[in-house]
Design a protein around this ligand. Sequence first.
Ligand code: ZN
Length: 222
Amino acid sequence: MSIPTGGPAESLGSPDLTGSSGSAAVSPDRPSSDPSSDPSSGLSSGAPSGPVSPGAASGSVTDRLVEANQHYAAAFHDPGMGAAPVLKVAVVACMDARLDLHKALGLELGDCHTIRNAGGVVTDDAIRSLAISQRALGTRSIVLIHHTNCGMQTITEDFRTELEREVGQRPTWSVESFTDVDQDVRQSMARVRTSPFLSHTDDVRGFVFDVHSGLLREITNK
Ligand code: ZN
C-alpha cells in the first residue's frame, strides 16, 4: 500500500472533503429562489462566513429530497427484480458529485453494484463490498473509476495529523490521497487483483473520467 507523503501541508479547511462547512464553499450553488432557505437559522457556529448555500438551513436539503422521493414513488413501478445485478458487474468510483455513474455508463436500474467513497479508493471496506457482491450476489466484473480534478489530489496524509490535533484522536484509516490519478487507478486495480477475498479478478479494468468532457480514459497496466 503506497501512501503519498511529503506534500505540502493542507489545513483541515480543504474545501471539498470536509463536512458541511467545507462543501458549501466549493459546491456550485444552484440558483435558488427557494423561500424555505432561511439564512438566519440552522447554521452551525463553525460555519464560515460567506454566501449561504440553499442547503445551509437546517433540514432544508433533506426535506427537499424527501419531497422528491414522494414524486418518485408516485410514478414508481416495482420491476420485481432480484438483488443480483443484471450485468454482473460492480463499479467502484469516487463519490464526486459531478460523476453520474448511471448516465455516464448507460446503466439501468438493477444493472450493477456501485461502491463509492472519497477517491474511489479500494479500501478494506470496498473489498468487503466487492467480496459480498461477488460471492453472495454473483458479480464477476469490476470497473474502477477515478476522475480528473479529484479532491483527493488537493490534500495529503497530513489531513490525519490535522484531525488528530483538532479532535485528540488519530483516525485508524489512511487518507488515501494521491497526486497521480493514473497511478492511483493502477494501485486500485492491483489491490483488487491481489485480494484473496475476491473470486473473480480476471475482468478488472480501470478508468479516469474527465469531468469536463464526460469521457472515460482507460488506464492500462505498466
Ligand atoms: Zn474524486
